[in-house]
Design a protein around this ligand. Structure first.
Ligand SMILES: O=P(O)(O)OC[C@H]1O[C@H](OP(=O)(O)OP(=O)(O)O)[C@H](O)[C@@H]1O
Ligand SMILES: Nc1nc2[nH]cnc2c(=O)[nH]1
Length: 190
């Protein structure tokens, strides 16, 4: 059970309000876990989580999957401490597993511009997996301008900055139990 779920959050002087509750997250993640369990029965898929943001989602998603599976992580960064993408992806850690011939499930917390997911798919395809499916908890549909393959999407969300459940603002807020959204007024005033 998670305890850190205030009504509003102040982070770096800006106000965020609840957007997705713990219950809504749990319910949708259970549905995704069920879909993946059915699709990957007998295939021992490997989940690849994208650090840092996806670590909480990946942990809950994997525990809602009821088939044998494995996990590995890679790490990249493109936002730094900002709310907008730098437009460049920095590779910080590669996976250790050999994924040649494996069924890969790539797990992101959020697809915004699509730059990171586009980059990741390119990078992992070069390692000759049998298949790659993508899962993202959140998709900012109207902000995505890079071509991306999205197979499983938790929630489609508007083009507003979000926080919590693994997602940070200048490294803060990852331990919030729910997803919070920047008040639209604050976003418009920037
Ligand atoms: O679709 P995009 O515009 O590329 O944005 C999505 C990326 O942004 C976040 O990573 P970030 O660079 O903030 O690193 P973090 O996960 O360590 O917070 C998130 O985890 C995705 O990887
Ligand atoms: N925390 C956070 N990270 C992001 N990376 C890309 N979009 C977002 C967002 O809205 N919030």
């Amino acid at each position: 059970m998670s305890l850190y779920k205030p009504e509003t959050v102040q982070c770096n002087g800006e106000t965020f309000s609840i957007y997705l509750t713990e219950e809504e997250l749990e319910e949708r993640i259970a549905e995704l876990g069920k879909e993946l369990s059915e699709k990957y029965e007998g295939q021992n898929p490997i989940f690849i989580g994208v650090l840092n943001g996806a670590y909480i989602f990946l942990s809950d998603l994997m525990r809602s999957v009821e088939i044998p599976c494995e996990v590995d992580f890679l790490k990249l960064s493109s936002y730094g401490d900002e709310k907008v993408s730098s437009g460049e992806v920095t590779d910080l850690k590669d996976i250790d597993a050999d994924i040649e011939g494996r069924n890969v499930i790539l797990v992101e917390d959020i697809v915004d511009t699509g730059l990171s997911m586009n980059y990741l798919l390119d990078k992992l395809e070069k390692k000759n997996p049998e298949s790659i499916a993508t899962v993202t908890l959140l998709h900012k549909t109207e902000a995505t301008h890079h071509e991306v393959q999205l197979d499983y999407v938790g929630f489609k969300i508007p083009t507003l900055f979000v926080l919590g459940y693994g997602l940070d603002y200048a490294q803060e807020g990852r331990n919030l139990a729910q997803i919070y959204i920047l008040d639209e007024e604050d976003q418009e005033n920037e």
